[in-house]
Design a protein around this ligand. Structure first.
Ligand code: TPP
Ligand code: MG
Length: 667
């Protein structure tokens, strides 16, 4: 560990003015909103001033310029730090008016930074620890992209993380993964202020954070976070390191507020008019609220305009690439799919119809990926240590290692939450389409990041296998029951449960085409017969639900089924029709896509006037919206058990006979 310059000089007046501009905006915005967190921005203002004015490569006029450095405020409660920096350096949309409207409806200055609201916000943060893990994904994406385009990709990822971020469990997954891959262009600035909401951090944590990072293979530096010279030196050393770096910045929360600084009272409430007046004296900042003197604003705006040189140089280098490289890079950035992919998938489906494989849908997913990965070089796959179970790897997906980032397959290790957040980072960085696998039951471990994929409208694809009691002997700890319902409850998340190899290919196609939503592919461990026996190039799964098998007789019953239970529904249909009861089967691979259809289509598909029975090897929650209260449900509303899959289906009564009996009882 490196302790820097005990004898450094005091800060220059210019530095202090620039840092105080951040402090003033932060305390004034929070005071005006009458809510928010002034302490962190005031404490980290010196660090941010040095980082933005001397290191960060960015251009406010081209906020999406691909080779910009990424800045992630993992301690998202300090959002006014970021908003102040964006305003001061000249991002067009971050007007003073927006800062005055901090936390108000319709402003771009939400309580916590939200990607897509203001330019310059690289990721949504606020759930502590996740920003750090997302940044790891960005730093990884940089390495992956640099391996393909070495002349035009060379940027750093800087993170500001607080004590809270480092206490969160996900920080362990993120730090460990970054250290393992040696992500040397990742630099974390830890706001080491020893304060969180409940008080001093020693109430709840005694870790030697620096040793913790060192143990994970990081370069660790320690500085006085209010000394500009030390901050600069540390950033230089961190940039030169061939490991990811942690800079522990010892700071005082609420720096400058004489009665509140250094205490938890500066964390998350307005300082109050009296304390703000005293802080203005202490900081020698006599200016009115929201008033930044022209001279000081000019210093900041000069920092912002400097970036134009970098982006222009980059444009020049880019223009010298071969046309082929340019097109490939731009395709990656735009996230467009190859124009012929639809035809390729249609041909593949036709082949499946002829061959009628009885694969588990996890295997069907791998076969679909064999087709897709060949044609979509942006695909970056991986699994949280279940590659052989999730079947997420295909021949072209060579491992990514610390020595070689030209691969396309990531061994995420047993880090489900980390994997999901890292995939968010990869997607936000742009250039790639990340997908990753684990067991469906462990979406619980990844859920907070899945939620952020949805909130941030990122195309992240979750390959979630072993999706019901159908996984068998591993028992109830591994058997998802409530998971589909819980995932369906997340807005802007598409949950797919395909029934066979054809539907799996179609669901993959939809997941790829849906650029502003993440997708969950819920896939079986057990083999399933092909139910889509006649070929159509149309993607029927894109309707969310469709009539798979019409009734031969006057329809009295409609069976709605998903995934592994669709074949069971077809079996029940046969029995019912044999007994003279007209029965239709509707496959419903995605509720979300079905709900998006027009009312006529939905009503007709659900079979007006028929009794509806849903069958799914999961809990009943939510199905009544399709079956009505007069309809029925065959599934499982308890935990599963450990036994062979066939025995479990019988034991829990998820059988064709159960559907038949329920149908007859209802008639
Ligand atoms: C996952 C998560 N849990 C809890 C919170 C609520 N919360 C916001 S800030 C904070 C304390 C953070 O302490 P620290 O990172 O040291 O920030 P500082 O007080 O130094 O600004 C907590 C518990 C949160 N935002 N995210
Ligand atoms: Mg703290």
């Amino acid at each position: 560990m490196n302790e820097i310059g005990l004898k450094s000089s005091p800060n220059t007046a210019k530095h202090n003015d620039m840092a105080n501009a951040i402090r003033a905006l932060a305390m004034d915005a929070v005071q005006q909103a009458n809510s928010g967190h002034p302490g962190m921005p005031m404490g980290m203002a010196d660090v941010a001033t040095v980082l933005f004015s001397k290191f960060l490569k960015f251009d406010p006029m081209k906020p999406d310029w691909p080779d910009r450095d990424r800045f992630v405020l993992s301690a998202g409660h300090g959002s006014t730090l970021l908003y102040s920096l964006l305003h001061l350096t000249g991002y067009k949309d971050m007007t003073l008016e927006q800062i005055k409207n901090f936390r108000q409806l319709g402003s771009i200055t939400a309580g916590h930074p939200e990607v897509g609201h203001a330019t310059g916000v690289e990721t949504t943060t606020g759930p502590l620890g996740q920003g750090l893990a997302t940044a790891v994904g960005m730093a990884l994406a940089e390495r992956l992209q640099a391996a393909r385009y070495k002349d035009i990709v060379d940027h750093y990822t800087y993170v500001v993380a607080g004590d809270g971020c480092l206490m969160e469990g996900i920080s362990h997954e993120a730090i460990s993964f970054a250290g393992h891959l040696g992500l040397e262009k990742l630099i974390v600035l830890w706001d080491d202020n020893s304060i969180s909401i409940d008080g001093a951090t020693d109430l709840s944590v005694s870790d030697d954070q620096k040793k913790r990072f060192e143990a994970a293979g990081w370069n660790v530096l320690e500085i006085d976070g209010h000394n500009a010279e030390q901050i600069e030196k540390a950033l230089e050393l961190a940039k030169a390191s061939n490991q990811p770096s942690l800079i522990a910045c010892r700071t005082t929360i609420g720096f400058g507020a004489p009665n509140k600084q250094g205490t938890a009272s500066a964390h998350g409430a307005p300082l109050g008019d009296d304390e703000i007046a005293l802080a203005r004296k202490e900081l020698k900042w006599p200016h009115k609220p929201f008033d930044i003197p022209v001279k000081i604003l000019d210093c900041w705006r000069t920092v912002g305009t400097k970036g134009a040189r970098h982006s222009a140089e980059w444009e020049k280098t880019f223009s010298n690439l071969s046309q082929e490289q340019k097109t490939a890079f731009e395709t990656g950035q735009s996230g467009e799919l190859p124009a012929d992919l639809d035809d390729i998938i249609a041909d593949y489906k036709e082949r499946l119809t002829e061959e009628a494989p009885g694969w588990a849908t996890r295997k069907s997913s791998q076969e679909a990926l064999k087709v897709i990965n060949q044609h979509v070089p942006e695909m970056i796959g991986g699994s949280a240590d279940l590659t052989g179970s999730n079947l997420t790897q295909t021949p072209e997906m060579l491992p990514v290692t610390a020595e070689d980032f030209s691969g396309r397959y990531i061994y995420y290790g047993v880090r489900e939450f980390g994997m999901a957040a890292i995939m968010n980072g990869i997607a936000l960085h742009k250039g790639f389409i990340p997908y990753g696998g684990t067991f469906l039951v462990f979406t619980d471990y990844a859920r907070p990041a899945i939620r952020l994929s949805a909130l941030m409208e990122q195309r992240v694809i979750y390959v979630m296998t072993h999706d019901s009691i159908g996984l068998g002997e591993d028992g109830p700890t591994h058997q998802p029951v409530e998971h589909l319902a819980a995932l369906r409850a997340i807005p802007n998340l598409n949950v797919y449960r395909p029934a066979d190899a054809v539907e799996t290919a179609e669901c993959w196609q939809m997941a790829l085409k849906t650029k502003s939503s993440p997708s969950i592919l819920s896939l079986s461990r057990q083999g399933l017969p092909l139910v889509r026996t006649s070929h159509t190039s149309d993607n029927l799964c894109s309707l969310g639900g469709y009539e798979l098998s019409p009734a031969n007789l006057e329809p009295k019953i409609t069976i709605l089924a998903t995934g592994s239970e669709v074949s069971l529904a077809l079996e029940a249909q046969k029995k019912l029709e044999t007994d003279g009861i007209g029965t239709r089967v509707v496959s419903m691979p995605s509720w979300e896509l079905f709900d998006a259809q027009d009312i006529t289509y939905k009503t007709n598909t659900l079979g007006p006037g028929t009794i509806k029975i849903a069958v799914e090897a999961g809990c009943s929650m939510g199905w009544a919206k399709y079956t009505g209260l007069e309809g029925g449900f065959v599934g499982i509303d308890s935990f599963g058990a450990s036994a062979p899959a066939g025995d479990l289906y019988k034991h829990f009564g998820i059988t064709a006979d159960a559907v038949v009996k329920m149908a007859k009882d209802k008639l």
